[in-house]
Design a protein around this ligand. Structure first.
Ligand code: PBG
Length: 342
């Protein structure tokens, strides 16, 4: 018969005990970072229509959400502000208001939960009436690099003063890591990390985010479904060598962590970063559009498991941690012994 089969890899998969002992990669609540949207007001919990189960929280409820996350073992959040239209201007100066919604929210999370890591977003789009991540030259329409950098540096400082642990410049301007590292050090914030969105792609997966923070509203086409054109700064979806160059530069400039965003369609980049720079942690950002895909899957429970499976694929590719809007549900699944964390 088949006596000749000396090698039978299936022996290793025979029992649950073997499978869990031999599992090469795991997702656990320690690996998860929860992105959260904050809005002004009190007792506000406003659903984001394109992301079933996701809300924008006023600060008081944001703290409740953070407490729940922490109790589930999720010790890191990434904050995104949805700023009222009246604060959005072409100069985006609300971004550097020490008493602005964003800075207040950072402060109140750190006051209530000092051990919760707070990761920030350093980009102008929530504050910019043009919907762009950088300042726009009103004559030429050009997205200005160096003028934007000055504002980003001030933003990083007010965020650090508010208590931010991990500063995340996410706009793909040139030279931002070095400039921010220098200004943070000048202000004695040597201990704050910089997470580089080294590879942030010009992706169609950001649609629900732009609804959530209300950017991209001034579009030439008047079509709210069409995304603001960020092609002159975000990476082209066809390129991977260019992503390597971005990472090399950001590491030289002092980046502590590299981010790949979106994550699932760019697993190749996560893998290349982790192989090329094994000593630099790589994070994957499962973005709004990825989350929405799983949430709209006809079978809800299956969709949840598909979401977790895709987080596991990021671990296999080499990610140390993942941002996911599904953090709470995932942690609940894992804590119920669904077999992804053994
Ligand atoms: C821009 C920014 C984006 C996201 C967060 N900050 C992308 C964009 O609008 O170009 C997307 C996050 C997500 O979709 O989960 N600074």
């Amino acid at each position: 018969m088949s006596d000749f089969l000396l090698e039978r890899p299936r022996r290793l998969r025979r029992s649950a005990a073997l499978r869990s002992m031999l599992s090469e990669n795991h997702v656990s609540p320690n690996d998860l970072i929860a992105p959260l949207f904050v809005i002004d007001g009190k007792q506000q919990k406003v659903e984001i229509k394109s992301m079933p189960g996701q809300f924008r929280f006023s600060q008081d409820l944001l703290i409740e959400e953070c407490k729940q996350l922490f109790s589930l073992g999720i010790k890191s959040v990434a904050l995104f502000p949805a700023i009222e239209a009246k604060f959005k201007t072409p100069q985006a100066l609300e971004a550097i208001n020490p008493e602005g919604l964003y800075q207040q929210s950072i402060r109140s999370i750190k006051e209530s939960l000092p051990d919760m890591l707070v990761m920030t977003d350093v980009a102008l789009d929530p504050y910019n009436s043009d919907g762009h991540d950088g300042l726009v030259d009103s004559n030429t329409g050009e997205i200005l690099n160096d003028e934007t950098l000055e504002l980003l540096c001030q933003m990083a400082v007010v965020q650090a003063q508010a208590g931010a642990d991990i500063i995340g410049p996410s706009d793909m301007m040139d030279g931002r890591i070095g400039a921010i590292r220098r200004i943070l050090d000048t202000h004695s914030f040597h201990d704050r990390l910089i997470l580089s969105y080294a590879a942030k792609y010009d992706s169609n997966f950001y649609g629900p985010y732009r609804e959530a923070v209300g950017t991209g509203t001034r579009l030439k086409s008047n079509n709210p479904k069409e995304l603001t054109d960020k092609k002159t700064y975000q990476l082209s979806t066809s390129n991977s060598e260019e992503a390597l160059r971005e990472a090399a530069q950001d590491i030289t400039e002092g980046a502590d962590i590299l981010m790949v965003k979106p994550a699932l369609p760019y697993l190749d980049i996560i893998q290349r970063y982790s192989k090329e720079y094994p000593a630099v942690p790589v994070f994957g950002f499962q973005v709004t559009g990825e989350y929405a895909l799983f949430k709209h899957y006809p079978d809800y429970e299956q969709g949840q498991k598909m979401l977790v499976e895709s987080l596991l694929s990021m671990k296999r590719a080499g990610a140390k941690a993942m941002l996911t809007y599904g953090a709470i549900e995932v942690a609940e699944l894992l804590n119920n012994g669904e077999g992804y964390s053994q």
